[in-house]
Design a protein around this ligand. Sequence first.
Ligand code: ZN
Ligand code: ZN
Length: 306
Amino acid sequence: MVLLGAESAGRVKALKITILSTMLADGDELGEWGFAALVEADEHRLLFDTGAHADVVLKNARSLGVDLTTVPDVLLSHSHSDHTGGLLTLRKSVREKTPAALSRAHVGEGIFYPRRSGVTRQPDLSMVALKGEYEATGGMFVTYTQPVQLYPGVWLTGPVPRKYPERNWSGSARMTTPTGDAEDNLPEDLALVLDTEQGLVVLTGCGHAGVVNIVEHARSVVRPARVHALIGGVHLFNAKEQTLSWTAEKLRGFGVDHLIGAHCTGIESVFRLRADLGLDRAHAVVGAVGAKFELGRGIDARKIAQ
Ligand SMILES: [Zn+2]
Ligand SMILES: [Zn+2]
């Protein structure tokens, strides 16, 4: 009994995830090419990514009645601006009322590597600049090289080993690492994993590490449970047939109960995964702003994606 109690103490009992930025929106909210979601895990509230435009997550949070002044932690899945664009605006919007709100930004090692992108390979130091500006507001970055349990049952994967060559990133950008120049494969890309009695809930930003790599890593780090929900972007919007069928087969092997395919998952890929995973429209939807997943209740897709 004691052992069981100790084990279940490491599980999240109440969980609600609300999407605050993605392409699809209805009601008064705004859509954008980006991603953000509020995570409420037991008594802990975390913001996962911050959208693309400076003010879209702020506007959507207000429209949805989401209070960000009670959220101390921000997680940035990776360096791309469609996930980091709202950070400063959001921090500035809450710090006067609550200095500790949105004041800790958790990131993976590599997020601050200098990048060079585009045809001209212009140096891109935007994350280095953002770090300075965020710290000037009293914010602090915490960088991880390994998985970490932030709160009981609330895990950050840290950088994800690239066991399979999923290559889920678009560009031809380069980066400067401590060991030299390399292709920018977003080494910092991390996901959030919530350990629940029903299984793992995995939240991804762009899933550049590859959704199969991410889920396998989560299952080896946290526990080899089925995936109760997969939520966020997994960068399959332009995936070829072979990639889609391989990904679906692997995910089917893990067992996936719910899917909210938002952001760069791609609409066609969500429907394809829904069919291949044997899910129905109550259990697999295109993610919209305001869509929710709640433990014990499942998905509330809102209007347009139902
Ligand atoms: Zn990205
Ligand atoms: Zn993205």
